[in-house]
Design a protein around this ligand. Structure first.
Ligand code: 26W
Length: 822
């Protein structure tokens, strides 16, 4: 029904072709006779871009005119992946494009894969931001994303001799999806000093003076909703040397080199995405990035508000700002600064506005990921902000002291300033104090933050400031786009594609679990998707994998807490077991392909060691003639969003095996189940809610529970550590150089045997191996497996980011949707 809205631009093959040819011949100045795939991609993208611009302008006009509350999602990461396929599906003209491209001699899939991923993120947090934007637009919420326009996204990973190498990801050439807004610039100040004086009315004024100015330039990216005209805006800031007198003076004085150097240093701010996931390193440039982006975004938001000529007290009725983790916490301080230093509000009046405006989402409990900035660094870079932070802290601690008199330990624990040497600013504390709502991203995670890192704050503010919003994924990209065959089969059974915007409709599929023809179709689609992945593996690694084998996948950032080491040790155990079998016993083995993918942070040595081990095991196992099809180990290079779109539909089982209590939510678990894969996992993050929704008979759970983790860690240190016997056999094989020089892996085995096994690999090894035996057994019963697969998909309705956005809108933002009409 929504197709009637696609009036502008083209609505059939002929009209699309006309637009495509026009762009190829004029915009690109290419002749149709030497049009290659790259030109066909650009022409197609430009044709769809025109469509988006029309809707985008309408959306912005309507939102400005209607003048209601807007949401601003501040995130240092937006892991968008490719835009063309998404644009075609969201405006509903993919078939016109497919036919038109075919007329010119192209396969649409080849054209789509010309596009470079927009990889402005590390992993889960950045991809969540991208899924939320898709849902915000689809549900017609007036919403903007604000981020940084990194010149280099997450590095490209190459595996050389089993080692990870990092290659810079320069992605901006010929990017048709961004619009430079050279007229929208903001001057951002750094360093300098604060002058305090009394103005003519006797008011104390703080003036931040001198220092350096860097310019922020806006680049806008249209975010189309699915089946709606709403096309929201993602505004990314790029840094540029300020074109103020300062530079010209240098140029005029003949100091050309130094002027160019200044320009270089300004442009460094938005040059590169920090590639750490869940590890805070305290680098000054990262703090500069954070302030640069927060200040530019707030200037923009405040400017938009001021045009409405409302009283400041109405700011929170017009503006909701969501902080994606603590990375944008300086926005809280910046808004307070604008209100008191520039707009002249009283402190208390301003602070009420600030706290009503902000919400803070926490994405991790790992202590090494909690952001802290040295007070000295902050004082040097942002002198006025540090003063405001001290004042915020003073008033906060005074109020705590009143409620909990003489509890000095409490004051020390909750203070924004950690009194260590050097002193540190605790960003999470600042984020909690400056927000009206704090949320975790899965039930267990939200409970854990209330019971551990934020316990004191629950006592101080009461439980109402803390809430849970369980993560989700957008079914448009992760089902319809990634798995068109499954999406079409579901649509056929359900009588249309409404489930893509109301995922709970999937529950109607349960009625067909026993339908024989449907089951066959379901199985055939999984096989076809596995075949596509097998072909991809062949093309990229040279290895042949048996498409009938059980595909066992673990793709995510490499991190000790996610326990890829547990997986590869399990693979080695399997290999050793097969080697020890008789020929008859081997006949009963369920053939398996163990597929890994993921990047390690460049400085994370242990994670790189795990990648090295996986690759070495692969090269031994894959060419062992005794093993043949029974076991293959594959490491997929440079895992990213577009590769996830190939991998997720092709898994039989995927692994979500973090040490209980460490994975805040996980979202790939949802992607795999939604695509008909089963999962093996620990009782951690959203695995728990997935289990509740799909039923515990449909998931393979194993391992220590979160509540038992602390005791076990303690025991590892204070009583004798006993390495699991089967794991010992695995370690012995490694130590006998079976997978290359044992010395390369000594630190990895030692972290378990000698240094306390913090992630409980040995404790969980036995139940992990036993559970995999159950996986094999279940997989042999094709009908049982299929029933689990279908039932699980039918029960995944809860995990759409549409539900997530509605929860944020109701319980945190208090915003209403606004439909965009012709
Ligand atoms: C400062 C270094 C740094 C960088 C990134 C610290 C922390 C992060 C992110 C918060 C890490 C992250 O991506 N967290 C993931 O967020 C997902 C979305 O909520 C969750 O599904 C994952 O469980 C969580 O690890």
């Amino acid at each position: 029904a929504w197709r009637k809205y696609s009036a502008a631009g083209f609505s059939n093959k002929e009209e699309f072709e006309k637009e495509l040819v026009r762009h190829i011949e004029t915009t690109l100045a290419r002749s149709l006779y030497n049009c290659d795939e790259s030109a066909a991609y650009s022409g197609t993208a430009l044709a769809f871009r025109d469509r988006l611009i029309i809707d985008w302008n309408k959306t912005q006009q309507r939102q400005t005119f209607n003048d209601q509350k807007r949401v601003y999602y501040l995130s240092l990461e937006f892991l968008m992946g490719r835009a063309l396929d998404n644009a075609m599906l969201n405006v509903g003209q993919k078939e016109a494009a497919r036919d038109g491209l075919r007329d010119l001699g192209f396969r649409i899939e080849d054209i789509i894969s010309q596009e470079h991923d927009a990889a402005l993120g590390n992993g889960g947090l950045g991809r969540l931001a991208a899924c939320l934007l898709d849902s915000l637009a689809t549900l017609n919420y007036p919403a903007w994303g604000y981020g940084l326009r990194y010149r280099y996204g997450i590095f490209k990973q190459e595996i050389v001799n089993g080692y990870q190498m990092e290659i810079p990801d320069y992605w901006l050439d010929n990017n048709p999806w961004e619009f430079p807004r050279h007229e929208i610039t903001v001057d951002i100040q750094f360093y300098g000093c604060v002058r305090k004086y009394q103005d003519e009315n006797g008011r104390i004024v703080h003036s931040w003076e001198d220092g350096e100015i860097v310019q922020a330039v806006a680049y806008d990216v249209p975010i189309p909703g699915y089946g709606t005209k709403t096309t929201n805006n993602l505004r990314l800031w790029s840094s540029k040397a300020s074109s103020g007198e300062f530079d010209f003076q240098k140029f005029n004085a003949g100091d050309y080199e130094s002027a160019v150097a200044d320009q270089q240093s300004a442009e460094t701010i938005s040059a590169v995405l920090y590639p750490n996931d869940n590890l805070e390193r305290g680098k000054e440039l990262r703090l500069k990035q954070q302030y640069f982006w927060c200040a530019a975004s707030l200037y923009d938001i405040v400017r938009r508000f001021k045009k409405t000529k409302r009283a400041w007290s109405e700011f929170p009725d017009q503006v909701a700002i969501q902080l994606n983790d603590t990375h944008p916490t300086l926005a809280i301080v910046e808004l307070q600064r604008i209100l008191i230093d520039i707009e002249g509000l009283e402190w208390d009046e301003a602070w009420v506005i600030v706290t009503k405006t902000f919400g803070y989402t926490n994405h991790t409990v790992l202590p090494e990921a909690l952001e802290k900035w040295s007070v000295l660094l902050m004082q040097n870079l942002l002198p006025r902000h540090l003063q405001i932070i001290y004042d915020v802290n003073l008033f906060f601690l005074q109020s705590v002291e009143k409620r909990f008199p003489n509890d000095r330990n409490m004051l020390a624990r909750v203070s924004v300033i950690e009194e260590t040497h050097p002193k540190m600013v605790r960003m999470a504390h600042l984020a909690i104090i400056g927000s009206h709502k704090v949320n975790g991203v899965a039930e267990l995670h939200s409970d854990l933050i209330k019971a551990t890192i934020f316990k004191d704050f629950v006592e101080i503010y009461g439980p109402d400031r803390f809430t849970n919003v369980t993560n989700g994924i957008t079914p448009r990209r992760w089902l319809h786009q990634a798995n068109p065959k499954l999406s079409a089969l579901i649509a056929e059974k359900l009588g249309g594609y409404e489930f893509l915007t109301d995922l709970t409709l999937l529950d109607k599929l349960e009625a067909f679990v026993d339908d024989k023809a449907f089951r066959e179709d379901w199985a055939r689609i999984k096989s076809a998707n596995k075949l596509l992945l097998a072909r991809y593996i062949k093309d990229t690694t040279g290895f042949d994998v048996n498409p009938n084998a059980l595909f066992d996948v673990q793709v995510k950032r490499i991190h000790e807490y996610k326990r890829q080491q547990l997986n590869i040790f399990g693979v080695i155990h399997r290999y050793l077991s097969i080697k020890a079998m008789s020929a008859d016993e081997r006949k009963k083995v369920v053939p398996r392909v163990s597929i890994f993918g993921g990047k390690a942070a460049p400085g994370y040595w242990m994670a790189k060691t795990v990648i090295h081990l996986i690759n070495n095991v692969a090269s031994v196992v894959n060419k062992d003639p005794e093993i043949g099809d029974l076991l293959k180990v594959i490491f997929i290079e440079d895992y990213n969003v577009s590769k996830a779109e190939i991998i997720c539909p092709a898994s039989d089982i995927s692994e979500h095996i973090s040490t209980a209590g460490t994975e805040a939510s996980g979202t790939s678990n949802m992607k795999f189940v939604l695509n008909g894969g089963l999962i093996i996992g620990t009782c951690d993050g959203a695995n728990i809610e997935i289990t509740r929704e799909i039923g515990e008979q449909n998931i393979f759970l194993f391992g220590t529970l979160a509540e038992d983790v602390e005791d076990l860690r303690h025991r590892h240190f204070y009583s004798d550590f006993q390495l699991d016997a089967q794991l010992e056999r695995v370690f012995n094989a490694i130590k006998e150089d079976m997978f290359g020089d044992a010395a390369d892996f000594a630190a990895l085995t030692a972290s378990i045997e000698e240094h306390g096994d913090y992630y409980l690999v040995s404790d969980d090894f036995n139940s992990y191996v036993t559970t995999h035996e159950m996986v094999d057994e279940t997989f042999q019963n094709k009908e049982k497996w299929l029933a689990k697969s279908i039932t699980s998909v039918a029960r995944m309705g809860f995990f759409s980011t549409d539900r997530v956005i509605n929860e944020y809108a109701d319980s945190i933002w208090n915003v209403e949707p606004l439909e965009v009409k012709d």
